[in-house]
Write a protein that binds this ligand. Structure first.
Ligand SMILES: [Ca+2]
Length: 395
């Protein structure tokens, strides 16, 4: 084989991709410098930041990683709302009582919620992330997938450094650029972070006081309702129409009371003039929840129902609650993307509308499962379980 041909072949083989990314990064770095200059960052600041800037392949690998399975609620909660985390949260509520009360008084966010976010985001500061934030943000800014978003965050990070409260070397965090005890992105940091301990600096890595006041300020800006809970576990009547469930189907709390829904122990729900949505995230065998406006606020922090449930449940437990009355079933299948796709195709072949065939178990697919269950005379909770998979010959 001629040397030129070998060279061309070598270029076509995969390891070159990483090299190409790294080379492209050098060009991109110059563009970022230009953008920073246009954004009004000082020449000195740009030079200081760019001198040590490095492309990080791990960041791209993590960004492109797809979860192998859908998660079950049982699995999700058991790794996040753990007895150890609840005990630590209770301890920290006492240790930081004054700090938390100050944040609660100023922004109306109850202390247990601040501690719950803290526990879920960084395990109370024990996992702040180790990746230099400028590296992760610039690597993602130079990748085509979400270049604009991460370029904007990179520029915010430079602005943050211009304030002089932290050194570039101290600015570390997650692979996606989230920083400090409550994992703020630079734009959130710039807009909502506050100096809680009054030392004249805003430092979300080293000051718990700054981090808790900042989290309260951020939640307040997202619309937190003072002194209202996130929602609660409830008990449904024996015969229940599960098609009423879903975050997109809120009703007056009074209507749910009239429909026979009680608290988790069977007691009448307190009367309140609020809207609530019913969630039954692991089917009729698992717990049901009525969620209020603050649940939606939590989802503005992180757009995941499971995440929002874990914040609410951890907060309740930290405040002395005894946990779920009904545990989520542990025997529900974790599905691979291909299985969800096969499920969607099988449902579609039977005439049920699943929306896009995307391998993602979303609301449309659940509604299709529900319609099938209803047609079969089964309990129509929309839960994909072993029975549904068997019926549709998905393995
Ligand atoms: Ca401070």
């Amino acid at each position: 084989m001629k040397p030129v041909l070998i060279f061309v072949l070598a270029l076509l083989l995969s390891p070159v991709d990483a090299l190409a990314d790294a080379e492209q990064f050098l060009t991109c770095k110059q563009e970022l410098a230009l953008r920073a200059s246009e954004a009004g960052i000082s020449k000195q600041g740009i030079e200081r930041a760019l001198s040590s800037l490095q492309f990080d392949q791990r960041v791209l690998d993590l960004d492109r990683r797809q979860p192998e399975f859908t998660d079950t609620l049982a699995n999700y909660l058991s790794s996040r709302v753990t007895p150890a985390r609840i005990a630590e949260g209770r301890k920290l509520m006492r240790t930081h009582r004054r700090i938390l009360q100050h944040a609660a008084d100023r922004f109306g966010v109850q202390p247990q919620y601040l501690v719950a976010f803290w526990g879920l985001e960084t395990n109370f500061g024990s996992n702040l992330g180790k990746i230099p934030t400028l590296n992760s943000l610039s690597t993602l800014a130079c990748d085509e997938r979400r270049a604009e978003f991460f370029t904007a965050e990179f520029l915010e990070a430079l602005r943050l450094l211009e304030r002089g409260h932290i050194e570039p070397s101290a600015m570390i965090g997650s692979w996606a650029g989230a920083m400090g005890h409550t994992q703020f992105m630079p734009s959130t940091y710039m807009r909502y972070a506050l100096d809680g301990d009054g030392d004249g600096r805003i430092d979300l890595w080293r000051s718990v006081s700054d981090a808790m006041l900042s989290a309260a300020n951020f939640l307040d800006s997202l619309g937190w309702h003072e002194n209202v809970r996130w929602g609660r576990e409830v008990q449904l009547p024996k015969q229940f129409d599960y098609s009423l469930a879903g975050l997109d189907r809120p009703r007056e709390l009074e209507e749910w009371r009239n429909a026979g829904i009680t608290d988790a122990n069977g007691k009448r729900l307190p009367a309140a003039d609020i809207e609530a949505a019913l969630l039954v995230p692991s089917g009729h065998r698992g717990p049901a929840f009525l969620v209020y406006e603050n649940f939606r606020v939590i989802m503005r922090w992180n757009r995941s129902e499971y995440y929002a449930l874990s914040v609410g449940l951890l907060a309740d437990a930290i405040a002395g609650g005894s946990g779920l009355v009904k545990a989520p079933p542990a025997d529900l299948p974790r599905l691979k993307r291909e299985q969800v796709l096969a499920l969607q195709e099988a449902l579609s072949a039977r005439g049920y509308d699943v929306g896009e065939h995307d391998g993602v178990l979303g609301p449309a697919t659940r509604r299709a499962v529900q319609a099938l269950q209803k047609a079969e005379g089964a309990i129509a909770d929309g839960q994909v379980d072993g029975e549904i998979l068997k019926k549709l010959a998905v393995d």
